[in-house]
Design a protein around this ligand. Structure first.
Ligand code: ZN
Length: 223
């Protein structure tokens, strides 16, 4: 395969699974009896076909194609599931497939890998309803922000903060502003925090304190 025709080159990299499909040579069809794929790996036409196969009746729900999330199952990437390890579901999934996805946050393409799904649903105990809508980078960023938020909220309730706790809180608040979780007007709060450190405290000479001040100024200059 030439690099030019390799569309996966532009996919977001995953530190464990990479950015390209993992070909296993397995390609079970959801039309076969005993094969159950995750709803997010099945096309609308396949769901209807399956319904008609199993019940012998016509699909009674009209055309919901517009509401059906597009699936881009990558052929020959199936990994068999261990049903005994999945959380109980109405319909267990017998095979996972590598799926092409578009990240909800950065809009870049990425693969939700069959092996990653196996890990989610069989090792981590995630329910089969849980789905992956963000690329690895955006997920990591989001986890980082969730952590910052937690730090901020914890310290918010600490009455007599040490200087270092005040700096931690100011730092968390700035991270949340910089990633647009908080509005830029919240720099006022960061200023109050930094001003609460006594003027004669050595903390005011620390590099970290000065860097926090710089970040406040930078955000306020940008408006
Ligand atoms: Zn992303």
């Amino acid at each position: 395969m030439s690099r030019k025709s390799d569309k996966y080159e532009s996919f977001v990299d995953h530190p464990r699974y990479g950015r390209r499909p993992h070909l296993t040579g397995r390609d079970p069809s959801p039309a076969e009896p005993g094969i159950h794929l995750h709803w997010n790996a099945t096309t609308y036409a396949e769901v209807i076909g399956r319904y008609q196969l199993v019940t012998g009746k016509r699909w009674p729900y009209g055309n919901a194609n517009a509401y059906w999330k597009e699936t881009r199952r990558i052929p020959n990437t199936a990994v068999p599931a261990d049903l005994s390890r999945q959380s109980p579901a109405t319909v267990a999934v017998t095979h996972y497939f590598d799926l092409e996805r578009e990240c909800r946050d950065c809009r870049r393409p990425f693969i939700f890998f069959a092996l990653e799904q196996k890990f989610w649903y069989e090792q981590l105990g995630f329910p089969l309803e849980s789905d992956c809508v963000r690329c690895f980078e955006c997920r990591r960023k989001q986890q980082g922000l969730a952590q910052q938020r937690e730090v901020y909220e914890l310290l918010f309730h600490v009455r007599d903060k040490t200087d270092q706790q005040t700096l931690d809180m100011a730092d968390a608040c700035l991270n949340l502003i910089e990633h647009k979780v908080f509005s830029s007007r919240q720099t006022e709060r960061v200023r109050m925090l930094l001003n609460s450190i006594p003027v004669d405290s050595e903390t005011r000479q620390e590099k970290r304190y000065l860097e926090l001040i710089d970040r406040v100024l930078e955000i306020e200059e940008r408006g």
